[in-house]
Design a protein around this ligand. Structure first.
Ligand code: URA
Length: 487
């Protein structure tokens, strides 16, 4: 053991946790501005040391620490690395940056290289976490929740929890890891202590679902075993329900490849890719400004929405349209193929039926606001066609963020739920639309919600007499809406 007198460090800094970047930053600022060199500091986490960042000498008055703009962000990423010497390393980097401000641009410098390698490792680990966390359902009904066990290499739970909140907003879930846990109860995210693998369930019905999914996306014609193991390293296999299929799928790849080529689907129409490229230059998500004061500002903000995965395949966000002082908001399900390409709601076949009936009822579409419960087109490619696919409850829940803001800005007297998805979005629960059609439900916040069918329902009826009867019923509903608009 080192004799006490040989421990020359003057400061023993104790951070609150492995991910206490704020504590490190505070301590580093105080120490650097008090001219304390890297060799005079011992860094540790919550055990055995005496000084907390707040106990360190205060920043001398007027002193300022100037570091390159991107250093803090990069240091915050590298801070999640599991290397125990990272606190001291990052302080040494900070110390050098005071007199070598261009240091991070010198690719040959060992410290710069080490910083890059640490950032890369943390980003890669985060990517793996996004891809390989597998939830298992526990409980039913009100007790339903999802639990996942994951073993990251680095301290990345905190920095990635928001990703899972955005992706699985509508579920109650917990991710357990050896170092920390993240828990989302549908409204609040809580970061808690680490757990053991035994704390997470290991089998449920979703296992079969994952296996089917993986079997379907597995492309034997592109099989490169090495690349696949790099992407999905073996260490993750033990927590992946679908991993049990891998050896079998690899073995059967040749035969499966031939069969697959035989039933190869055609590509989606080229114009889709073109329009998507225009709307999605490969950029990061735009910030979702929460201070929009008009629906135009809100529409702008929604262009970068990544609240659920639907944005990936859709051409663009299709936001609501209509005046900000509309008295009524009509809510549909989600944009269709034509709406997706044009970026406007209800302009395709269902929109044409809707427009014509509104007109017959004497409701001016220019004076009402028309939007959708879900603002990205969800579809399945079938040959050259994109076939509408119903959004699920999680996608509806994720998109309520936008609907709520549309309602808060417009403050309509009345909402019209066009079909079950709209009703779910507006009322927060599933209701039997055909049974409740024509009724007004008052929400807790006082908003009146008129329930009716979706106009595409009329389109799907083949028998002309039935079609005409359904059209008449919808017209009757729209006349009721017009009467309610006046009250
Ligand atoms: N169906 C909808 O629900 N919304 C549209 O915008 C188009 C079709």
């Amino acid at each position: 053991m080192q004799p006490a007198e040989l421990n020359l460090a003057r400061y023993n800094v104790r951070l609150d946790s492995e991910t206490d970047f704020a504590g490190w930053r505070d301590a580093a600022r105080r120490l650097a501005l008090n001219e304390v060199g890297p060799d005079d500091i011992n860094w540790s986490v919550a055990i055995g040391s005496e000084q907390r960042p707040g106990d360190l000498p205060a920043v001398p008055s007027g002193a300022q620490l100037v570091v390159p703009r991107d250093f803090i962000g990069r240091a915050e990423t590298a801070f999640c690395h599991s290397d125990p010497s990272r606190f001291a390393f990052l302080y040494r980097l900070l110390w050098r940056l005071r007199i070598e401000p261009k240091l991070l641009a010198i690719a040959s410098d060992p410290d710069t290289r080490r910083l890059e390698a640490m950032e890369k490792a943390v980003r890669r680990d985060s990517h793996k976490m996004h891809a390989f966390v597998r939830f298992r359902k526990i409980g039913d009904g009100d007790d339903e929740r999802y639990v996942a066990w994951f073993e990251p290499d680095h301290f990345i739970v905190e920095r990635n929890a928001d990703f899972f909140v955005r992706r699985f907003t509508g579920m109650r879930w917990t991710i357990l890891t050896p170092h920390a846990s993240a828990d989302w109860d549908g409204e609040r995210l809580a970061i808690g202590p680490g757990a053991a693998k035994g704390d997470a369930p290991d089998q449920d019905d979703t296992e079969a679902l994952w296996r089917t999914y993986f079997e379907n996306i597995f492309n034997p014609a592109r099989l490169k075993v090495k690349a696949m193991q790099k992407e999905m390293p073996k260490k993750y296999w033990r927590n992946l329900p679908e991993a049990s299929l891998i050896p079998e799928l690899i073995a059967g790849a040749d035969k499966a490849a031939k069969e697959m080529i035989a039933r190869m689907p055609t590509e989606p129409a080229p114009h889709h890719a073109k329009v998507q490229a225009k709307h999605w230059p490969k950029q990061d998500a735009l910030p979702e400004l929460d201070d929009a004061t008009t629906t135009s500002e809100l529409r702008e903000a929604a262009k970068g929405c990544r609240r659920c995965p639907l944005w990936r395949d859709a051409t663009q966000t299709v936001f609501g349209e209509g005046p900000d002082n509309a008295k009524v908001i009509f809510v549909g399900e989600q944009p269709g193929d034509q709406e997706d390409l044009a970026g406007k709601p209800f302009i395709g076949p269902a929109g044409k039926v809707f427009d014509a009936i509104l007109d017959d009822a004497g409701v001016d579409r220019q004076k009402v606001y028309v939007t959708n419960a879900v603002k990205h087109f969800k579809f399945e490619p079938r040959g050259k066609r994109r076939i509408h696919s119903k959004p699920n409850a999680g996608e509806v829940q994720a998109c309520r963020w936008w609907i709520d803001r549309e309602f808060a800005l417009i403050k309509p007297d009345l909402a019209v739920a066009l079909g079950a998805t709209a009703a779910l979005s507006l009322l927060g629960k599933a209701i039997p639309v055909t049974k409740m059609r024509g009724q007004v439900i008052e929400r807790e916040d006082g908003l009146r919600v008129f329930i009716t069918i979706h106009p595409s329902f009329i389109l799907r009826i083949h028998e002309p007499a039935d079609k005409e009867a359904e059209r008449a019923r919808f017209l009757h509903d729209m006349k009721q809406v017009k009467a309610l608009m006046a009250t």
